[in-house]
Write a protein that binds this ligand. Structure first.
Ligand code: NAP
Length: 311
């Protein structure tokens, strides 16, 4: 590697990104991970990961993120923290411009993940950090002995509610249907957790506030009745949106905005691969992201070898 030139640059330092980095470095490729904020991606916002093999007691998400980063850096992977300003994937070498300068790579692996979806309701944006939250494990501690509302009915909403129930006085789960999308394995624990109450068939239509959140307006979708719930915080857990804005018009995206790539992780541009939550796939988990990372490294290596052979 010289003058900001690498064999492989990986955008995103979550489990997919760092596994790709580990495998690329072990294959003898100079490798950089460019991460926007902190390593780990969504994994670093989870207090406990129980479904990643090898940890009989589970593992803290931040700890696992650090371990993945260190495992890759042990083999020479360089981590840069910085935001991508623009990217040119169609030329060779591929160019990535950041606030910290310009980088070139033979192959690029995209592991940019996904961000929490918002509700798009009055009060939501201006109250971020003043009662509106999107990560229970990051912000839950601010609501000790308080009352909070969790919006959503998937695994994230339920996991967040169970986490918050240990800290908060009361947790309402507001879900737009009368059954959960979350896996059934959560049901027993939910039933046993006395300070969780469900508000079924309902959607939050407005956030009530003075300086801070004071409650929410909730509409029953079956009856149309609108009522108010007093609370100190609202945790939104209604799914995620892929971080693919910068690839629009360049790479093929599906209707939800995910990068189209099959099990080879190859995108429509040769030498550009997509791994983890940002890729079209049936199951978005840490373990499927790490698997993608390993696969992408194989095809990146193959692509770079062909480039060399053509020279
Ligand atoms: P998800 O499975 O897509 O669930 C999103 C939930 O939010 C659904 O219940 C959905 O309602 C609701 N929703 C969507 N848009 C809404 C809106 N505008 N207003 C109100 N409600 C809305 O998303 P997720 O829970 O974030 O999970 C994402 C992935 O991560 C899943 O594959 C999940 O299994 C995985 N995950 C796994 C674990 C675990 O295994 N422990 C933990 C967290 C996440 P409907 O049900 O009506 O569509």
């Amino acid at each position: 590697m010289e003058n900001n030139k690498y064999d492989v640059i990986i955008l995103g330092g979550g489990p997919g990104g760092y596994t790709a980095a580990l495998y690329c470095a072990r294959a003898g490729l100079s490798t950089m991970v460019l991460e926007k904020m902190w390593p780990g991606g969504q994994m670093a916002t989870t207090s406990r990961v129980d479904n990643y093999p090898g940890f009989e007691e589970g593992v803290d998400g931040v700890e696992l993120s650090g371990k993945m980063q260190q495992s890759a850096e042990r083999f020479g992977v360089v981590t840069e923290i910085g935001e991508v300003l623009s990217i040119d994937l169609e030329r060779q070498p591929k160019v990535i411009r950041t606030g910290k300068g310009e980088f070139e790579a033979g192959a690029v692996i995209l592991a940019t993940g996904a961000a929490p979806r918002t509700l798009g309701i009055p009060g939501e944006d201006e109250l971020r950090g003043r009662g509106m939250a999107y990560c229970a494990t990051c912000d839950g501690m601010f609501y000790r002995n308080r009352t909070v509302v969790v919006v959503g009915g998937g695994n994230s909403a339920v996991a967040d509610a169970l986490f918050l129930a240990k800290i908060c006085k009361k947790v309402y789960i507001v879900h737009r249907r009368d059954t959960l999308r979350a896996s059934k394995t959560y049901m027993k624990t939910l039933e046993k957790t006395e300070n969780i109450e469900f508000v079924w068939d309902s959607r939050v239509v407005e956030v009530l506030h003075d300086d801070l959140v004071t409650g929410v307006k909730v509409e029953n979708v079956k009856t149309g009745e609108v009522s108010e719930l007093s609370c100190d915080g609202v945790f939104v857990a209604v799914g995620r949106t892929p971080n693919t804005d910068m690839f629009k018009g360049v790479l093929d995206l599906d209707a939800q905005g995910y990068l189209i790539a099959d099990e080879t992780t190859k995108t429509n541009i040769p030498g550009v691969f997509a791994v983890g939550d940002v890729r079209t796939k049936p199951l978005r988990q840490i373990v499927t992201a790490t698997a993608d990372g390993a696969v992408a490294s194989k095809y990146a290596e193959e692509y770079l070898a062909e480039l060399c052979a053509d020279k």
